[in-house]
Design a protein around this ligand. Sequence first.
Ligand code: ADP
Length: 340
Amino acid sequence: MSLSTAVLTLIMALSCALQFLAAGLAIRLIRSSGFFSAWILLACGFIVQGVRRFVALAHILEGQIQGDMSIEVFGLVISVFMLCGIIKFKPLFEEINHSRQALLEKQNKLSHANQELEAFVSTVSHDLRNPLTVIIGYAEHLRQVCASKLDKQELDCLREIESQGGKMTALMEDLLVLSRVGYVERPVEPEDTASIVKDVLEELGVQLAEGGITIQKADLPKLHVPETFLSEIFKNLIGNAIKYACKENASIEIGGERQGNSVRYFVRDHGPGIPEDETGRVFEMFYRGLSQKQSNGTGVGLAIVQKIAQLYGGRAWVEETDGGGSTFWVEMKEETDPGS
Ligand code: ADP
């Protein structure tokens, strides 16, 4: 074998080895990085190049073809560059891989926490629902069995226990769904808000009568939002108006308006109002007004109102009533514009 053929053989063998090395590294990155198609293509390219060189080298050694030194040196340089490229990219891919692993771990932890939360909510609601069902059952039983021994007022009390219990069960069902999916499907037919408010006012009838409070109702547009949620909104807003803003013979105004795709409801009182620096905070979970610490409450009511409004594409806010007091607004959107 001549010297030039020996050098050529060495260069081609080296170039061949570098190609296979690059292919090996690429395959390792395929396994760890997960970018299968890109790295499979690259690895295949390197392997094909390596095999081609190897076959050419065999032909040269058998004397079937004559190798070209300059082309093979050029090929070796390219192989070196390719290998350097792969080595240079390796840390980058390792970092990407590391981040992917960290993200996967976080996702696993999050889904685990969600599962625990869901289990907790189910347990709590189950544990609340069972005694509630028993209470409703006994009230119904007493009303039926002791009907002849009880007077009208006592029977009404039992009916009220059943009705309130039923409403609480329905609300719990919705809150359970809400906690699972964050959203309760809209009803097919729009809910009759005026009749929902009428029921809420009946529920609060004793407090209204005791305070000599008058209610002025304006239009209340219907809306595709679950009945229990609409009821919850008005129960909170009217209940608050009675609790915080109604002295003897005060009045509360309730109304609403439709503006294209959105519906806005308001509950207006003429009480002391809310200090300016608290108007944003009253919608926060567990926030209680600084001057209200003495009265009963949990600070959850307005947070629920805000959450429901946001679920249906809107928001809740409070404005000062002309002449003093608070006007609470709740805006929600229809899924599609009824006019379209
Ligand atoms: P809670 O009534 O249990 O305190 P809410 O979330 O319903 O919880 O209300 C938060 C706070 O907003 C109340 O503590 C009170 O300070 C203030 N607030 C709500 N409604 C009124 C109102 N109509 N007038 C004056 N303050 C109000």
